[in-house]
Design a protein around this ligand. Structure first.
Ligand code: FES
Ligand code: FES
Length: 188
């Protein structure tokens, strides 16, 4: 993560946040939402700014593995909790299997809703390696996409789940090049 501005004023609070596996100290006004702190103070602009009313899901991030709406979450309440954003899905140069599958199967178009969809899907697959279509629909039901059908999105999540299971099997067998290991987006 890039160094952040620490403008500690009488109106700002200085807090330690853990974002995408890194500890970061950041100063922000107490009324700011997590969405605002991520985008404006930490320069993590992958999380999108949509309705700010809790209706679209574009701002979905994970806190302690749970998908939450960052537009409705005060940043000050997040100290000491593990925050994950779409910016942290890539490991080095390796896309997350969900990102690969969305790209391969046409699950993304304008991309505005995609970060939130990816994070909701990640929360699901982290818990359930083999969700059925109904579970995927349920998990993504809070994420609105206005420009594509949901069919390719659901198929992308199913494909990512399949690739992740295969990568896990390969890991256990000690097979495959590093790029095909768990989290590396093994292709069929
Ligand atoms: S921006 Fe948070 S739900 Fe729409
Ligand atoms: S691709 Fe989701 S709103 Fe456009």
């Amino acid at each position: 993560m890039k160094p952040v501005r620490l403008e500690v004023t009488r109106r700002n609070l200085l807090r330690n946040l853990r974002v995408n596996r890194e500890d970061v100290q950041v100063a922000f006004a107490s009324y700011k939402t997590l969405l605002e702190v991520l985008r404006e103070d930490l320069n993590l602009t992958g999380t999108k700014h949509g309705c700010e009313l809790g209706e679209c899901g574009a701002c979905t991030i994970l806190i302690d593995g749970e998908p939450l709406l960052s537009c409705l979450t005060l940043a000050v309440e997040c100290e000491g909790r593990a925050i994950e954003t779409v910016d942290g899905l890539v490991k080095g140069t390796e896309l997350h299997p969900l990102q690969e599958a969305f790209a391969d199967l046409g699950g993304l178009q304008c991309g505005y809703c995609t970060p939130g969809l990816l994070m909701s899907a990640k929360a699901l697959l982290d818990r359930e390696p083999q969700p059925d279509r109904e579970r995927i629909k349920e998990a993504l039901s809070g994420n609105l996409c206005r420009c594509t059908g949901y069919q390719q999105i659901f198929e992308s999540v199913e494909e990512a789940a399949r690739r992740m299971r295969q990568a896990s099997v390969n890991d256990n067998l000690g097979e495959g090049p590093p790029g095909n290991r768990r989290g590396g987006g093994a292709r069929p």
